[in-house]
Design a protein around this ligand. Structure first.
Ligand code: E4P
Length: 217
């Protein structure tokens, strides 16, 4: 399972990269705004900065919602760096654009996916990644993990190459359950990744080992 960090915060990206378990980064317009990155020039510069901190794929989202606009923006984003994956919303023109990018060899991440039918369309259009937002489904009392399960079955039935990128991951249990179902990738906050480290028996066991070592010396 690949681990992506879902942030535009360079410090957190560096911290996750230093852990040695990071496979990529996802961003979105809200995450860029949260870091105060505004204006086209700054946004593009920030994507390049992120790419220079990590070795894997970096999703950069288009703002346009019409085919021509998505193509224009997506091609400019893809030209920025070889690690850029063009993030395209799950709308009619988005699907057309994903097909176009796929034929041009440009990687895509189909975002804002909330149903198995949408995921099926994204795979048929040739998306590199599909991003079902599990946390946002949980927020409206719908089982987000069930969606991951459904997509896994459909993609396996037809051997689609599109990778399931479980998005809107909020905590460690989301990561574990997605791993059990067989999501290819998860993207979440640094807190969910580092949360996997924690166990009270590890802490108490280590404290005892260190104490005993001191006694013996
Ligand atoms: C995915 O790529 C999105 O950036 C993200 O996972 C959305 O998560 P949120 O629901 O926590 O905003």
């Amino acid at each position: 399972m690949k681990f992506f960090i879902d942030t535009a915060n360079l410090e957190q990206i560096k911290e996750a990269q230093a852990l040695g378990v990071l496979d990529g980064v996802t961003t979105n317009p809200s995450l860029m705004a949260k870091e105060g990155i505004t204006g086209q020039e700054n946004i593009l510069k920030h994507y390049v900065n992120i790419c220079s901190e990590v070795t894997g794929d970096v999703s950069a989202e288009v703002i346009s919602t019409d085919f021509e606009g998505i193509i224009r923006e997506g091609e400019a984003l893809a030209a920025l760096h070889s690690q850029i994956v063009v993030k395209v919303p799950m709308i009619k023109d988005g699907i057309k654009a994903i097909r176009y990018f796929s034929e041009k060899g440009i990687k895509t991440n189909c975002t804002l996916v909330f149903s198995a039918g949408q995921a099926l369309l994204a795979a048929k259009a040739g998306a590199t990644y599909v991003s079902p937002f599990i946390g946002r489904l949980d927020d409206i009392s719908t089982d987000g993990l069930n969606l991951i399960d459904e997509i896994r079955v459909i993609y396996d039935n037809y051997e689609f190459d599109t990778q399931i990128l479980a998005a809107s991951v909020r905590h460690t249990m989301h990561i574990l359950e997605c791993a059990k179902i067989g999501a290819d990738v998860m993207t979440g906050p640094l807190s969910a990744i580092t949360g996997l480290l924690k166990h009270p028996l590890t802490d108490s066991g280590l404290a005892k080992f260190l104490e005993d070592h001191k006694k013996g010396n």
